[in-house]
Design a protein around this ligand. Structure first.
Ligand code: CP
Length: 308
């Protein structure tokens, strides 16, 4: 593996071989979560600060659990109760927190580029837990791990990404990550929510929901990003439901062993019928389980390159 960077900001920081290595390490750490005592001393004495400027359930909790399972000291800043509310800038917040000698910042922020900005300000490692509409690289790794567990190799798999692709950092990281491993990517959604420019040769746009589903090995469903004003790009939620919701009858067009993924949170009966989740036809909870293992691997790989 060639990865020897201070930070993990973009899935493009990783080569294909790095991605395989991260997932191999995650597979080992996944065993820790299945033991009676879910703790190893690997990162004892390391300090992690989780700084979430945007809401999160899965990512924030899984980073915290990952840090605790690796015996790192894990600190969470509730931005709404911090001096950010008094007007402190992101740069000043990081400089002040850096004075307490953390080893890693895990940051989620509404602005694209915020994680990179933080990585330039601090000597500590930085992991991007989602920045604006830009990237969510650890989500990409956990999605790839989930698919590999069932399908083996990613090469030549047909992966369809359906929904609000323009505003989705998950879509961007997944497209880059799966394409890097040789998957063929198909995008579908309202025209107003599709990227205008696709610069990767193995990415194409489908003409219909049926086309996006019929040939897919993996389908990644995305929610409408209402916090990024996506509702202004579609006529109404009713219309979106009618044309872009994954329903049981549309699902029946897919291969029997198609994998349905969704990064969460799900807006039930908007982008996906609730019954598809309740009937256990998705891998959503496996994705969440793998999220802990992937975040353990990311923390371990970044922090074990630091000097003690
Ligand atoms: N998948 C994801 O990023 O979920 P959260 O917003 O709950 O962290």
């Amino acid at each position: 593996m060639s990865f020897n960077k201070k930070d993990f900001i973009s899935i493009n920081d990783l080569t294909a071989s790095d991605i395989h290595h991260f997932i191999e390490i995650a597979k080992e750490f996944k065993k820790v979560s299945l033991k009676g005592i879910k703790k190893v001393p690997t990162l004892r004495g390391k300090t992690a600060i989780n700084l979430f400027y945007e809401p999160s359930t899965r990512t924030r909790l899984s980073f915290e659990i990952a840090q605790k399972r690796l015996s790192a000291d894990s600190l969470n800043i509730a931005v709404s109760q911090s001096s950010v509310i008094k007007g402190e800038s992101l740069r000043d917040t990081i400089l002040n927190l850096e004075s307490m000698n953390p080893d890693v910042f895990v940051i989620r922020h509404g602005e694209s580029g915020a994680a990179y900005f933080v990585s330039e300000v601090t000597k500590a490692s930085v992991i991007n837990a989602g920045d604006g509409t830009n990237e969510h690289p650890t989500q990409c790794l956990l999605d790839i791990m989930t698919v590999m567990e069932k399908k083996g190799d990613i090469k030549s798999l047909k992966v369809s990404v359906i929904g609000d692709i323009c505003h989705s950092r998950v879509a961007r990281s997944d497209i880059y990550g799966f394409a890097k491993l040789g998957a063929e990517i198909c995008l579908y959604g309202p025209h107003s929510l599709l990227p205008k420019l696709i610069e990767l040769k193995n990415v194409r746009i489908a003409e219909s929901m049926e086309e996006a589903l019929r040939h897919a090995d993996v389908v990644i469903m995305l929610r409408i990003q209402k916090e990024r004003a996506s509702y202004y790009f579609i006529p109404s939620i009713e219309e979106y439901r009618n044309f872009f919701q994954l329903t049981p009858s549309l699902l029946s067009l897919s291969a029997k062993d198609v994998m349905i993924l969704h990064p969460g949170p799900v807006n039930r009966d908007v982008e996906i019928a609730g019954s598809i989740i309740d009937d256990n036809k998705t891998h959503i909870f496996k994705q969440v389980e793998n999220g802990v293992a992937i975040r353990m691997a990311c923390l371990y790989i970044l922090l074990s390159r630091q000097k003690n």
